[in-house]
Write a protein of this length. Structure first.
Length: 609
Protein backbone atom coordinates (compact mmCIF):
# COMPACT_ATOMS: atom_id res chain seq x y z
CA UNK A 1 0.00 0.00 0.00
CA UNK A 2 1.35 3.41 -0.93
CA UNK A 3 1.95 5.89 1.91
CA UNK A 4 -0.59 8.46 0.76
CA UNK A 5 -3.22 5.72 0.57
CA UNK A 6 -2.48 4.91 4.21
CA UNK A 7 -3.18 8.51 5.19
CA UNK A 8 -6.06 9.56 2.95
CA UNK A 9 -9.33 7.79 2.09
CA UNK A 10 -9.22 7.73 -1.70
CA UNK A 11 -12.04 7.66 -4.19
CA UNK A 12 -10.58 4.39 -5.43
CA UNK A 13 -11.11 2.79 -2.02
CA UNK A 14 -14.76 3.85 -1.97
CA UNK A 15 -15.28 2.61 -5.52
CA UNK A 16 -13.68 -0.74 -4.68
CA UNK A 17 -15.90 -1.14 -1.61
CA UNK A 18 -19.00 -0.37 -3.65
CA UNK A 19 -17.88 -2.80 -6.35
CA UNK A 20 -17.50 -5.56 -3.72
CA UNK A 21 -21.00 -4.84 -2.47
CA UNK A 22 -22.35 -5.05 -6.02
CA UNK A 23 -20.76 -8.46 -6.52
CA UNK A 24 -22.13 -9.89 -3.26
CA UNK A 25 -25.45 -8.09 -3.09
CA UNK A 26 -26.38 -7.99 -6.76
CA UNK A 27 -27.68 -5.12 -8.89
CA UNK A 28 -29.45 -3.37 -5.97
CA UNK A 29 -26.73 -3.36 -3.27
CA UNK A 30 -28.53 -0.94 -0.96
CA UNK A 31 -31.66 -3.15 -0.67
CA UNK A 32 -29.63 -6.34 -0.28
CA UNK A 33 -27.37 -4.73 2.33
CA UNK A 34 -30.34 -3.45 4.27
CA UNK A 35 -31.85 -6.92 4.17
CA UNK A 36 -28.69 -8.18 5.91
CA UNK A 37 -29.11 -5.57 8.64
CA UNK A 38 -32.76 -6.59 9.12
CA UNK A 39 -31.77 -10.26 9.32
CA UNK A 40 -28.77 -9.88 11.64
CA UNK A 41 -29.36 -6.72 13.69
CA UNK A 42 -33.02 -5.84 14.11
CA UNK A 43 -33.80 -8.72 16.51
CA UNK A 44 -31.92 -6.80 19.23
CA UNK A 45 -31.85 -3.23 17.90
CA UNK A 46 -35.57 -2.43 17.77
CA UNK A 47 -37.95 -0.14 19.57
CA UNK A 48 -38.76 -2.79 22.19
CA UNK A 49 -35.33 -4.16 23.10
CA UNK A 50 -33.32 -1.01 22.24
CA UNK A 51 -29.98 -2.81 22.71
CA UNK A 52 -27.20 -0.26 23.09
CA UNK A 53 -29.91 2.45 22.86
CA UNK A 54 -29.92 1.93 19.07
CA UNK A 55 -32.94 0.97 16.98
CA UNK A 56 -33.27 0.28 13.28
CA UNK A 57 -37.07 0.10 13.43
CA UNK A 58 -38.65 2.37 10.86
CA UNK A 59 -35.35 2.83 9.01
CA UNK A 60 -34.43 1.89 5.46
CA UNK A 61 -31.36 1.92 3.25
CA UNK A 62 -31.91 5.67 2.81
CA UNK A 63 -31.44 6.23 6.56
CA UNK A 64 -27.64 5.90 6.37
CA UNK A 65 -27.28 9.51 5.23
CA UNK A 66 -29.83 10.72 7.81
CA UNK A 67 -28.09 9.11 10.81
CA UNK A 68 -24.34 9.11 10.04
CA UNK A 69 -23.30 8.92 13.71
CA UNK A 70 -25.23 5.65 14.18
CA UNK A 71 -23.82 4.02 11.08
CA UNK A 72 -20.24 5.15 11.83
CA UNK A 73 -20.64 3.19 15.07
CA UNK A 74 -22.07 0.23 13.12
CA UNK A 75 -18.94 0.20 10.93
CA UNK A 76 -16.67 0.16 14.00
CA UNK A 77 -18.61 -2.68 15.65
CA UNK A 78 -18.68 -4.78 12.49
CA UNK A 79 -15.01 -4.25 11.69
CA UNK A 80 -14.02 -5.36 15.18
CA UNK A 81 -16.49 -8.30 15.01
CA UNK A 82 -18.05 -7.03 18.24
CA UNK A 83 -21.42 -7.45 16.53
CA UNK A 84 -23.35 -9.69 16.21
CA UNK A 85 -22.55 -10.73 19.81
CA UNK A 86 -21.37 -14.27 20.65
CA UNK A 87 -24.23 -16.75 20.55
CA UNK A 88 -26.05 -14.94 17.76
CA UNK A 89 -26.02 -16.09 14.10
CA UNK A 90 -22.76 -14.97 12.52
CA UNK A 91 -22.53 -13.87 8.84
CA UNK A 92 -19.38 -14.95 7.03
CA UNK A 93 -16.49 -12.47 6.71
CA UNK A 94 -17.17 -11.71 3.04
CA UNK A 95 -20.72 -10.62 3.84
CA UNK A 96 -19.51 -8.46 6.74
CA UNK A 97 -16.83 -6.83 4.52
CA UNK A 98 -19.39 -6.13 1.81
CA UNK A 99 -21.85 -4.61 4.29
CA UNK A 100 -19.14 -2.40 5.79
CA UNK A 101 -18.02 -1.34 2.32
CA UNK A 102 -21.56 -0.40 1.34
CA UNK A 103 -22.14 1.62 4.54
CA UNK A 104 -18.83 3.47 4.16
CA UNK A 105 -19.54 4.23 0.49
CA UNK A 106 -23.02 5.47 1.41
CA UNK A 107 -21.67 7.72 4.16
CA UNK A 108 -19.01 9.18 1.86
CA UNK A 109 -21.50 9.73 -0.94
CA UNK A 110 -23.91 11.43 1.47
CA UNK A 111 -21.18 13.77 2.68
CA UNK A 112 -20.88 15.08 -0.88
CA UNK A 113 -20.09 18.77 -0.89
CA UNK A 114 -20.66 19.22 2.86
CA UNK A 115 -17.26 20.37 3.99
CA UNK A 116 -16.21 21.64 7.39
CA UNK A 117 -14.93 25.12 8.12
CA UNK A 118 -11.14 25.22 8.45
CA UNK A 119 -10.09 28.11 10.65
CA UNK A 120 -6.73 29.81 10.76
CA UNK A 121 -4.38 27.74 12.91
CA UNK A 122 -1.65 29.31 15.00
CA UNK A 123 1.61 27.43 15.37
CA UNK A 124 1.80 25.71 18.74
CA UNK A 125 4.88 26.50 20.77
CA UNK A 126 6.47 23.16 19.83
CA UNK A 127 5.72 23.76 16.14
CA UNK A 128 7.19 27.25 16.49
CA UNK A 129 10.43 25.84 17.91
CA UNK A 130 10.71 23.20 15.16
CA UNK A 131 9.89 25.80 12.49
CA UNK A 132 12.52 28.36 13.55
CA UNK A 133 15.16 25.64 13.85
CA UNK A 134 14.40 24.45 10.30
CA UNK A 135 14.25 28.02 9.00
CA UNK A 136 17.23 29.59 10.78
CA UNK A 137 19.17 26.80 12.48
CA UNK A 138 18.46 28.26 15.93
CA UNK A 139 17.42 25.81 18.64
CA UNK A 140 15.27 27.13 21.50
CA UNK A 141 13.39 25.59 24.40
CA UNK A 142 9.79 26.66 23.70
CA UNK A 143 8.80 26.20 27.35
CA UNK A 144 11.32 28.89 28.28
CA UNK A 145 9.88 31.54 25.98
CA UNK A 146 6.22 30.73 25.31
CA UNK A 147 3.20 29.95 27.53
CA UNK A 148 1.73 26.50 27.96
CA UNK A 149 -0.86 25.50 25.36
CA UNK A 150 -4.39 24.42 26.20
CA UNK A 151 -4.68 20.66 25.73
CA UNK A 152 -7.67 19.07 23.98
CA UNK A 153 -7.80 15.27 24.42
CA UNK A 154 -4.07 15.40 25.20
CA UNK A 155 -3.10 17.34 22.05
CA UNK A 156 -1.73 20.89 21.99
CA UNK A 157 -2.16 21.66 18.28
CA UNK A 158 -5.98 21.85 18.05
CA UNK A 159 -6.84 25.04 16.15
CA UNK A 160 -9.88 25.98 18.23
CA UNK A 161 -7.83 25.90 21.44
CA UNK A 162 -4.90 27.98 20.12
CA UNK A 163 -6.34 31.28 21.30
CA UNK A 164 -4.43 34.56 21.40
CA UNK A 165 -4.28 37.43 23.88
CA UNK A 166 -2.30 40.73 23.82
CA UNK A 167 0.14 39.29 26.38
CA UNK A 168 0.53 36.18 24.25
CA UNK A 169 1.34 38.28 21.15
CA UNK A 170 3.92 40.20 23.17
CA UNK A 171 5.64 36.94 24.09
CA UNK A 172 5.74 35.86 20.44
CA UNK A 173 7.28 39.20 19.45
CA UNK A 174 9.87 38.89 22.23
CA UNK A 175 10.87 35.37 21.19
CA UNK A 176 11.11 36.59 17.57
CA UNK A 177 13.61 39.25 18.70
CA UNK A 178 15.61 36.65 20.62
CA UNK A 179 15.72 34.17 17.74
CA UNK A 180 16.67 36.86 15.23
CA UNK A 181 19.47 38.09 17.49
CA UNK A 182 20.85 34.58 17.94
CA UNK A 183 20.63 33.88 14.22
CA UNK A 184 22.34 37.07 13.01
CA UNK A 185 24.74 37.51 15.94
CA UNK A 186 26.67 40.68 16.66
CA UNK A 187 30.34 41.68 16.44
CA UNK A 188 31.02 42.26 20.15
CA UNK A 189 28.24 40.65 22.21
CA UNK A 190 28.27 39.72 25.87
CA UNK A 191 26.28 36.85 27.33
CA UNK A 192 25.67 35.73 30.90
CA UNK A 193 23.63 32.55 31.19
CA UNK A 194 23.07 29.97 33.92
CA UNK A 195 22.17 26.33 33.27
CA UNK A 196 21.05 23.73 35.79
CA UNK A 197 21.50 19.93 35.75
CA UNK A 198 18.84 18.12 33.75
CA UNK A 199 16.14 16.26 35.64
CA UNK A 200 16.91 12.55 35.75
CA UNK A 201 20.69 12.78 35.17
CA UNK A 202 22.14 10.10 37.47
CA UNK A 203 25.45 11.35 38.87
CA UNK A 204 26.55 7.82 39.81
CA UNK A 205 26.01 6.14 36.42
CA UNK A 206 26.61 6.51 32.72
CA UNK A 207 24.20 8.93 31.00
CA UNK A 208 22.90 7.79 27.62
CA UNK A 209 24.46 9.76 24.77
CA UNK A 210 27.58 10.77 26.71
CA UNK A 211 31.05 9.47 25.72
CA UNK A 212 31.62 5.88 26.74
CA UNK A 213 33.74 5.46 29.87
CA UNK A 214 32.14 8.40 31.67
CA UNK A 215 29.61 8.74 34.47
CA UNK A 216 27.37 11.52 35.75
CA UNK A 217 27.54 15.16 34.77
CA UNK A 218 25.19 17.13 32.59
CA UNK A 219 24.77 18.45 29.05
CA UNK A 220 23.80 21.90 27.82
CA UNK A 221 23.19 23.36 24.38
CA UNK A 222 23.92 27.03 23.80
CA UNK A 223 23.77 29.39 20.83
CA UNK A 224 26.96 31.44 20.94
CA UNK A 225 26.53 34.86 19.28
CA UNK A 226 30.16 35.37 18.21
CA UNK A 227 33.59 33.77 18.00
CA UNK A 228 35.84 34.09 21.03
CA UNK A 229 36.74 32.80 24.46
CA UNK A 230 33.88 31.99 26.83
CA UNK A 231 34.31 31.24 30.53
CA UNK A 232 32.38 28.51 32.33
CA UNK A 233 32.00 28.18 36.10
CA UNK A 234 30.73 25.06 37.89
CA UNK A 235 29.19 26.18 41.17
CA UNK A 236 28.96 22.86 43.06
CA UNK A 237 30.20 19.29 42.62
CA UNK A 238 29.57 17.86 46.11
CA UNK A 239 32.30 19.56 48.12
CA UNK A 240 30.02 20.34 51.05
CA UNK A 241 30.23 20.45 54.82
CA UNK A 242 30.74 16.66 54.90
CA UNK A 243 32.87 16.13 51.77
CA UNK A 244 32.63 12.35 51.51
CA UNK A 245 32.76 12.72 47.73
CA UNK A 246 36.44 13.68 48.08
CA UNK A 247 37.59 10.39 49.62
CA UNK A 248 38.94 9.19 46.26
CA UNK A 249 40.29 11.08 43.26
CA UNK A 250 38.01 11.80 40.30
CA UNK A 251 38.62 13.48 36.96
CA UNK A 252 36.22 16.03 35.49
CA UNK A 253 36.27 16.75 31.76
CA UNK A 254 34.48 19.31 29.58
CA UNK A 255 33.82 18.59 25.92
CA UNK A 256 32.56 21.05 23.29
CA UNK A 257 30.98 19.19 20.36
CA UNK A 258 32.65 15.99 21.68
CA UNK A 259 36.13 17.58 21.67
CA UNK A 260 37.82 17.83 25.07
CA UNK A 261 38.71 21.39 26.15
CA UNK A 262 39.26 20.98 29.90
CA UNK A 263 40.36 18.30 32.38
CA UNK A 264 41.03 18.57 36.12
CA UNK A 265 41.17 16.25 39.12
CA UNK A 266 39.30 16.58 42.39
CA UNK A 267 39.36 14.46 45.52
CA UNK A 268 41.92 12.11 46.99
CA UNK A 269 43.79 12.27 50.33
CA UNK A 270 45.14 15.80 49.74
CA UNK A 271 41.78 17.41 48.91
CA UNK A 272 39.98 15.48 51.65
CA UNK A 273 42.48 16.63 54.29
CA UNK A 274 42.34 20.19 52.99
CA UNK A 275 38.54 20.28 53.16
CA UNK A 276 38.41 18.68 56.61
CA UNK A 277 41.00 21.02 58.16
CA UNK A 278 40.39 24.26 56.28
CA UNK A 279 36.62 24.48 56.38
CA UNK A 280 34.77 26.79 54.01
CA UNK A 281 37.88 28.68 52.70
CA UNK A 282 39.49 25.35 51.80
CA UNK A 283 36.37 24.11 50.01
CA UNK A 284 36.25 27.39 48.08
CA UNK A 285 39.91 26.89 47.12
CA UNK A 286 39.10 23.44 45.72
CA UNK A 287 36.11 24.77 43.77
CA UNK A 288 38.23 27.59 42.32
CA UNK A 289 39.71 24.99 39.93
CA UNK A 290 36.32 24.92 38.23
CA UNK A 291 35.74 28.68 38.00
CA UNK A 292 36.23 30.75 34.83
CA UNK A 293 37.25 27.74 32.76
CA UNK A 294 38.20 29.10 29.31
CA UNK A 295 36.49 27.57 26.28
CA UNK A 296 37.32 28.52 22.70
CA UNK A 297 34.06 28.54 20.73
CA UNK A 298 32.93 29.83 17.36
CA UNK A 299 29.55 31.45 16.81
CA UNK A 300 26.57 29.15 16.41
CA UNK A 301 24.91 26.26 18.24
CA UNK A 302 27.27 24.08 20.27
CA UNK A 303 26.85 21.09 22.57
CA UNK A 304 28.73 21.14 25.90
CA UNK A 305 29.11 18.00 28.03
CA UNK A 306 30.48 18.17 31.60
CA UNK A 307 31.14 14.70 32.98
CA UNK A 308 33.53 12.53 34.99
CA UNK A 309 35.86 9.75 33.91
CA UNK A 310 34.41 6.47 35.19
CA UNK A 311 36.63 4.67 37.68
CA UNK A 312 36.43 1.52 39.76
CA UNK A 313 34.47 1.82 43.00
CA UNK A 314 36.60 -0.80 44.79
CA UNK A 315 40.22 -2.00 44.89
CA UNK A 316 39.19 -5.61 44.21
CA UNK A 317 37.74 -7.12 41.07
CA UNK A 318 35.90 -9.76 43.11
CA UNK A 319 32.12 -9.77 43.36
CA UNK A 320 31.30 -7.34 46.18
CA UNK A 321 27.50 -7.57 46.28
CA UNK A 322 24.50 -8.43 44.16
CA UNK A 323 20.94 -7.21 44.09
CA UNK A 324 18.57 -5.21 41.99
CA UNK A 325 17.93 -2.25 44.25
CA UNK A 326 18.61 1.12 42.68
CA UNK A 327 20.68 2.93 45.29
CA UNK A 328 21.18 6.12 43.29
CA UNK A 329 18.64 8.06 45.33
CA UNK A 330 18.41 6.02 48.54
CA UNK A 331 21.90 6.71 49.92
CA UNK A 332 24.08 9.82 49.99
CA UNK A 333 26.37 9.93 46.93
CA UNK A 334 30.04 9.31 47.65
CA UNK A 335 31.19 10.66 44.30
CA UNK A 336 31.40 14.22 42.96
CA UNK A 337 28.55 15.28 40.69
CA UNK A 338 27.07 18.32 38.99
CA UNK A 339 24.68 19.38 41.72
CA UNK A 340 24.06 23.06 41.06
CA UNK A 341 24.10 25.78 38.42
CA UNK A 342 26.65 26.29 35.66
CA UNK A 343 27.46 29.89 34.68
CA UNK A 344 28.55 30.81 31.16
CA UNK A 345 29.93 34.27 30.23
CA UNK A 346 31.61 35.86 27.26
CA UNK A 347 32.94 36.23 24.71
CA UNK A 348 36.29 37.73 25.67
CA UNK A 349 38.67 38.95 22.94
CA UNK A 350 35.97 38.36 20.35
CA UNK A 351 37.10 38.21 16.75
CA UNK A 352 33.59 38.88 15.41
CA UNK A 353 31.03 36.60 13.87
CA UNK A 354 32.22 33.74 11.69
CA UNK A 355 30.09 32.06 9.04
CA UNK A 356 27.56 30.07 11.02
CA UNK A 357 24.81 27.77 9.82
CA UNK A 358 22.26 30.45 10.75
CA UNK A 359 24.06 33.25 8.90
CA UNK A 360 24.50 31.02 5.87
CA UNK A 361 20.72 30.55 5.72
CA UNK A 362 20.02 34.25 6.11
CA UNK A 363 22.78 36.05 4.19
CA UNK A 364 22.24 34.74 0.66
CA UNK A 365 24.13 37.82 -0.49
CA UNK A 366 26.66 40.26 0.98
CA UNK A 367 26.68 43.88 -0.25
CA UNK A 368 30.08 45.02 -1.52
CA UNK A 369 29.20 48.70 -1.21
CA UNK A 370 26.70 50.75 0.80
CA UNK A 371 24.61 51.47 -2.30
CA UNK A 372 23.82 47.77 -2.75
CA UNK A 373 22.70 47.13 0.83
CA UNK A 374 18.96 47.68 0.31
CA UNK A 375 18.95 45.57 -2.85
CA UNK A 376 20.72 42.76 -0.99
CA UNK A 377 18.37 43.10 1.98
CA UNK A 378 15.38 42.72 -0.34
CA UNK A 379 16.93 39.56 -1.80
CA UNK A 380 17.49 38.21 1.74
CA UNK A 381 13.88 39.02 2.63
CA UNK A 382 12.42 37.37 -0.49
CA UNK A 383 14.35 34.14 0.13
CA UNK A 384 13.59 34.03 3.86
CA UNK A 385 9.93 35.01 3.59
CA UNK A 386 9.13 32.39 0.93
CA UNK A 387 10.33 29.65 3.27
CA UNK A 388 8.79 31.26 6.36
CA UNK A 389 5.40 32.03 4.80
CA UNK A 390 5.31 28.69 2.94
CA UNK A 391 4.11 30.32 -0.27
CA UNK A 392 5.34 32.64 -3.04
CA UNK A 393 6.23 36.13 -1.83
CA UNK A 394 4.54 39.10 -3.48
CA UNK A 395 5.81 42.62 -3.96
CA UNK A 396 3.23 43.72 -1.41
CA UNK A 397 4.92 41.46 1.14
CA UNK A 398 8.29 43.03 0.42
CA UNK A 399 6.93 46.57 0.56
CA UNK A 400 5.29 45.84 3.92
CA UNK A 401 8.45 44.42 5.53
CA UNK A 402 11.36 46.40 4.04
CA UNK A 403 10.73 49.47 6.28
CA UNK A 404 11.90 47.31 9.20
CA UNK A 405 15.29 46.97 7.51
CA UNK A 406 15.43 50.71 6.89
CA UNK A 407 14.79 51.40 10.57
CA UNK A 408 17.35 48.88 11.81
CA UNK A 409 19.98 50.02 9.31
CA UNK A 410 20.23 53.41 11.05
CA UNK A 411 21.39 51.78 14.29
CA UNK A 412 25.01 51.21 15.37
CA UNK A 413 24.95 47.67 13.98
CA UNK A 414 24.47 48.91 10.43
CA UNK A 415 23.51 46.37 7.79
CA UNK A 416 23.48 43.41 10.19
CA UNK A 417 21.17 45.24 12.58
CA UNK A 418 18.81 46.04 9.72
CA UNK A 419 18.71 42.38 8.69
CA UNK A 420 18.13 41.33 12.31
CA UNK A 421 15.08 43.59 12.56
CA UNK A 422 13.91 42.24 9.21
CA UNK A 423 14.15 38.65 10.50
CA UNK A 424 12.23 39.68 13.62
CA UNK A 425 9.45 41.13 11.47
CA UNK A 426 9.20 37.93 9.41
CA UNK A 427 8.99 35.74 12.54
CA UNK A 428 6.35 38.01 14.11
CA UNK A 429 4.26 38.13 10.93
CA UNK A 430 0.83 36.42 10.92
CA UNK A 431 1.93 34.79 7.65
CA UNK A 432 4.52 32.83 9.64
CA UNK A 433 2.59 32.33 12.88
CA UNK A 434 -0.63 31.14 11.24
CA UNK A 435 -1.54 28.46 8.72
CA UNK A 436 -4.47 29.58 6.62
CA UNK A 437 -6.37 28.30 3.59
CA UNK A 438 -7.33 30.91 1.02
CA UNK A 439 -9.53 30.16 -2.01
CA UNK A 440 -8.08 31.00 -5.38
CA UNK A 441 -9.88 33.63 -7.50
CA UNK A 442 -13.03 32.01 -8.84
CA UNK A 443 -13.24 29.41 -6.04
CA UNK A 444 -16.23 30.92 -4.28
CA UNK A 445 -18.30 27.77 -3.76
CA UNK A 446 -18.81 25.88 -0.50
CA UNK A 447 -15.73 23.76 -1.20
CA UNK A 448 -12.55 24.04 -3.21
CA UNK A 449 -9.35 22.09 -3.67
CA UNK A 450 -6.22 22.90 -1.69
CA UNK A 451 -3.49 24.40 -3.81
CA UNK A 452 -0.07 22.73 -3.83
CA UNK A 453 1.43 25.13 -1.26
CA UNK A 454 -1.39 24.49 1.21
CA UNK A 455 -1.01 20.77 0.63
CA UNK A 456 2.74 21.03 1.28
CA UNK A 457 2.12 22.84 4.59
CA UNK A 458 -0.51 20.36 5.75
CA UNK A 459 1.76 17.45 4.92
CA UNK A 460 4.89 18.88 6.54
CA UNK A 461 3.20 20.03 9.76
CA UNK A 462 1.47 16.66 10.05
CA UNK A 463 4.59 14.53 9.59
CA UNK A 464 7.36 16.89 10.78
CA UNK A 465 5.63 19.57 12.92
CA UNK A 466 7.36 22.25 10.84
CA UNK A 467 7.06 24.04 7.52
CA UNK A 468 7.81 22.39 4.16
CA UNK A 469 11.40 21.95 3.09
CA UNK A 470 12.89 23.16 -0.21
CA UNK A 471 11.92 19.99 -2.08
CA UNK A 472 8.25 20.29 -1.14
CA UNK A 473 8.21 23.99 -1.98
CA UNK A 474 9.80 23.35 -5.37
CA UNK A 475 7.23 20.68 -6.20
CA UNK A 476 4.45 23.04 -5.06
CA UNK A 477 5.84 25.84 -7.22
CA UNK A 478 5.77 23.52 -10.25
CA UNK A 479 2.22 22.33 -9.46
CA UNK A 480 3.39 18.72 -9.14
CA UNK A 481 2.58 17.90 -5.51
CA UNK A 482 -1.13 17.30 -6.11
CA UNK A 483 -0.22 14.44 -8.47
CA UNK A 484 -0.99 11.26 -6.52
CA UNK A 485 2.24 9.47 -7.49
CA UNK A 486 4.36 12.47 -6.52
CA UNK A 487 2.44 12.80 -3.25
CA UNK A 488 3.01 9.10 -2.47
CA UNK A 489 6.73 9.47 -3.10
CA UNK A 490 6.95 12.54 -0.85
CA UNK A 491 5.11 10.84 2.00
CA UNK A 492 7.51 7.89 1.72
CA UNK A 493 10.50 10.25 1.72
CA UNK A 494 9.23 12.22 4.69
CA UNK A 495 8.43 9.16 6.79
CA UNK A 496 11.97 7.87 6.18
CA UNK A 497 13.45 11.21 7.24
CA UNK A 498 14.69 11.58 10.83
CA UNK A 499 12.37 14.58 11.23
CA UNK A 500 9.42 12.16 11.24
CA UNK A 501 10.50 11.12 14.76
CA UNK A 502 8.37 14.00 16.09
CA UNK A 503 5.33 11.86 15.23
CA UNK A 504 6.17 9.80 18.29
CA UNK A 505 6.47 12.72 20.73
CA UNK A 506 3.81 15.03 19.22
CA UNK A 507 1.19 12.48 18.19
CA UNK A 508 1.62 8.90 19.41
CA UNK A 509 2.53 9.52 23.05
CA UNK A 510 -0.16 12.20 23.62
CA UNK A 511 -2.66 9.90 21.88
CA UNK A 512 -1.77 7.13 24.35
CA UNK A 513 -1.61 9.59 27.28
CA UNK A 514 2.02 8.62 27.90
CA UNK A 515 3.71 12.00 27.36
CA UNK A 516 3.61 13.05 31.02
CA UNK A 517 4.78 10.23 33.27
CA UNK A 518 5.75 12.81 35.91
CA UNK A 519 2.04 13.25 36.64
CA UNK A 520 2.04 9.94 38.56
CA UNK A 521 3.86 9.51 41.87
CA UNK A 522 3.79 5.90 43.14
CA UNK A 523 3.13 5.37 46.84
CA UNK A 524 6.54 5.36 48.53
CA UNK A 525 5.22 3.07 51.26
CA UNK A 526 4.49 0.37 48.69
CA UNK A 527 7.04 0.96 45.93
CA UNK A 528 9.75 3.01 47.66
CA UNK A 529 12.32 0.23 47.57
CA UNK A 530 11.86 -0.49 43.87
CA UNK A 531 10.69 2.70 42.18
CA UNK A 532 13.08 5.58 41.50
CA UNK A 533 13.41 8.55 39.21
CA UNK A 534 15.87 6.65 37.03
CA UNK A 535 13.27 3.90 36.57
CA UNK A 536 10.68 6.50 35.53
CA UNK A 537 13.13 7.85 32.94
CA UNK A 538 13.74 4.30 31.70
CA UNK A 539 9.96 3.76 31.32
CA UNK A 540 9.73 6.95 29.24
CA UNK A 541 12.63 6.03 26.95
CA UNK A 542 11.38 2.46 26.47
CA UNK A 543 7.89 3.51 25.40
CA UNK A 544 9.26 6.18 23.05
CA UNK A 545 11.56 3.70 21.32
CA UNK A 546 8.93 0.95 21.22
CA UNK A 547 6.18 3.13 19.72
CA UNK A 548 8.70 4.58 17.27
CA UNK A 549 9.67 1.09 16.11
CA UNK A 550 6.03 0.40 15.17
CA UNK A 551 5.13 3.80 13.76
CA UNK A 552 8.28 4.62 11.81
CA UNK A 553 9.33 1.15 10.62
CA UNK A 554 6.06 0.44 8.78
CA UNK A 555 5.07 -2.37 11.14
CA UNK A 556 1.56 -3.77 11.44
CA UNK A 557 -0.59 -1.66 13.76
CA UNK A 558 -1.55 -4.85 15.62
CA UNK A 559 2.06 -5.00 16.81
CA UNK A 560 1.25 -2.17 19.21
CA UNK A 561 -0.61 -4.78 21.25
CA UNK A 562 1.18 -7.98 20.29
CA UNK A 563 4.86 -7.26 19.51
CA UNK A 564 7.28 -9.38 21.53
CA UNK A 565 10.15 -6.91 21.40
CA UNK A 566 11.02 -3.85 23.47
CA UNK A 567 14.01 -1.65 24.33
CA UNK A 568 15.83 -2.12 27.64
CA UNK A 569 18.85 -0.97 29.56
CA UNK A 570 20.21 -2.80 32.58
CA UNK A 571 18.10 -0.87 35.10
CA UNK A 572 14.82 -1.59 33.31
CA UNK A 573 15.83 -5.17 32.46
CA UNK A 574 16.29 -5.92 36.17
CA UNK A 575 12.82 -4.53 36.83
CA UNK A 576 11.37 -6.82 34.13
CA UNK A 577 13.32 -9.84 35.35
CA UNK A 578 15.53 -10.00 32.25
CA UNK A 579 19.09 -10.96 33.19
CA UNK A 580 20.88 -10.71 29.84
CA UNK A 581 21.11 -6.92 29.49
CA UNK A 582 24.04 -4.97 30.92
CA UNK A 583 24.97 -1.30 30.81
CA UNK A 584 22.97 1.94 30.60
CA UNK A 585 22.42 1.92 26.81
CA UNK A 586 19.01 0.93 25.48
CA UNK A 587 18.96 -1.90 22.97
CA UNK A 588 16.27 -3.99 21.27
CA UNK A 589 15.39 -7.17 23.19
CA UNK A 590 13.02 -10.04 22.39
CA UNK A 591 10.80 -10.77 25.40
CA UNK A 592 9.95 -14.32 26.46
CA UNK A 593 7.39 -13.25 29.07
CA UNK A 594 4.13 -12.76 27.15
CA UNK A 595 2.83 -10.48 29.90
CA UNK A 596 5.33 -7.88 28.70
CA UNK A 597 4.30 -8.05 25.03
CA UNK A 598 2.84 -4.97 23.37
CA UNK A 599 1.76 -1.72 24.98
CA UNK A 600 -0.10 -3.32 27.87
CA UNK A 601 3.06 -4.91 29.23
CA UNK A 602 5.15 -1.75 29.23
CA UNK A 603 6.03 -0.05 32.48
CA UNK A 604 5.01 3.39 31.19
CA UNK A 605 1.47 2.23 30.41
CA UNK A 606 1.12 0.45 33.74
CA UNK A 607 2.46 3.48 35.62
CA UNK A 608 0.22 5.99 33.82
CA UNK A 609 -3.00 3.96 34.00
Amino acid sequence: MQPATKILLTIGAVTAALATALVLFGPEPEREAWATIETVCVDCHNDSDLAGEVTFSGMSHESVAEHPEIFESVVQKLRGRFMPPPGSPQPDQAEIDALVGWIEASLDAAAGEEVGHVQAQRLSRNEYAYAVEALLGVSIDPAEYLPTEIEVEGFTNIASALSVSPTFIEQYVNVARTVAHLAVGEPVPKIAATYFPRTGDNQRAYIDGFPLGTRGGTRLEHTFPADGEYRLTINEIGVGLYPSALETEHTLVILVDNEEQFRASVGGPGDLALANRGGAPARAEIMSRFADIPLQVKAGDHDIIITFIERSRATSDEMIATGSRDLSFSVAPRVPGINSGIDLRGPFDSTGVSRTASRDRIFVCVPEVRERERECAEEILATLAERAFRRPVTQADLDRLMPFFDEGRTGPGGFDEGVELLVTAVLASPDFLYRTITPAPGDQGPSFALDDYELASRLSFFLWSQGPDDELLELAANGELSDSEVLDAQVERMLNDERAAVLVDNFALPWLNLDDLDAVEPDAQIFGGEFSESLRQAFAEEIRLFVGSILLEDANVRDLLAANHTYLNERLARHYGVDSVFGPQFRRVELEDERRHGLLGKGAVLLRT
